[in-house]
Design a protein around this ligand. Structure first.
Ligand SMILES: Cc1cc2nc3c(=O)[nH]c(=O)nc-3n(C[C@H](O)[C@H](O)[C@H](O)COP(=O)(O)O)c2cc1C
Length: 190
C-alpha cells in the first residue's frame, strides 16, 4: 500500500489552497489510501541562509520534515501563487529539505518520488503560473511530477461553508486526478 504526504505552501487559516488540496486528499482517502496531511506552520524554519546552516546545521523542523518526506512514497503539494510565483514558505521548505547535515545538497526527499501539484487563486488563472514554476523546480530535483494537476480558479466562489467544492464537474475532476495519481504511484512502486 502506498503512503502519501500532503502539504500546502500557505498556512493561512482559510487557505483556498489547503481546501483545494483537501479535495484530492479526501478523494484518495475515500479510495482507502493513507494520506498524512501536515501544516507547514508546525515546521517553522528560518529563511535559508548558508552562514547559519554552516554554524548551526539543519533546523530541527527541517529534520522532522525530512523524516516525514522519507517515510512517504508520494507527495501532494498545494501551490499558492504570489506574483506569478511560488510562495516564500513553499520555496524555503523545499530549499531546506534539499540540504544535508553536512551543509551539502541532498535531493533524497524528492528524487524519484511521484508528486501531484494542486493550486487555487481568486483569479481566473487559478495559480497555474506558480504551479508551472513548482513543476520545473521539482523536475530539477528529480521528482516524477504527475502530468495531471488539480486547479480551482475563482476561489472566492468555489467552496461552500463546509469547504466542499460547489461545482460538480470540479468535484469529479478531483476524483479523477486522485485516481490517476494513485495509479501512477502504484505503478512506480511495483
Ligand atoms: C503578495 C501576493 C501576491 C499575489 N499574487 C497573485 C498572483 O500573481 N496571481 C494570483 O492569482 N493571485 C495572487 N495573489 C492572491 C492569492 O492567490 C490569494 O491571496 C490566495 O488566497 C493565496 O492562497 P491561500 O488562499 O491558499 O492562502 C497574491 C497574493 C499576495 C499576498
Amino acid at each position: 500500500m502506498a503512503t502519501f504526504l500532503a502539504f500546502c505552501g500557505s498556512s493561512r487559516k482559510d487557505s483556498f489552497n489547503q481546501k483545494t488540496l483537501d479535495c484530492v486528499v479526501n478523494a484518495l482517502q475515500a479510495k482507502g489510501e493513507t494520506v498524512k496531511v501536515i501544516n507547514l506552520s508546525d515546521f517553522k524554519q528560518p529563511i535559508y541562509n548558508g552562514d547559519e546552516e554552516s554554524a548551526s546545521g539543519l533546523p530541527e523542523a527541517t529534520v522532522r520534515l525530512q523524516t516525514l518526506l522519507h517515510e512517504h512514497d508520494a507527495l501532494l503539494i498545494g501551490c499558492p501563487e504570489y506574483n506569478g510565483f511560488m510562495t516564500p514558505l513553499l520555496i524555503n521548505t523545499i530549499d531546506w529539505t534539499t540540504r544535508s547535515c553536512e551543509a551539502t545538497p541532498d535531493l533524497s526527499c524528492f528524487a524519484g518520488k511521484p508528486v501531484l501539484i494542486t493550486c487555487s487563486s481568486p483569479g481566473p488563472g487559478g495559480g497555474m503560473r506558480a504551479a508551472t514554476h513548482l513543476k520545473t523546480m521539482l523536475l530539477g530535483i528529480g521528482s516524477i511530477v504527475s502530468p495531471d494537476n488539480f486547479m480551482v480558479p475563482s476561489a472566492f466562489n468555489a467552496f461552500d461553508e463546509s469547504g466542499k467544492l460547489k461545482d460538480e464537474k470540479l468535484r469529479q475532476r478531483a476524483e479523477q486526478v486522485a485516481s490517476r495519481f494513485r495509479e501512477l504511484t502504484i505503478k512506480l512502486l511495483s
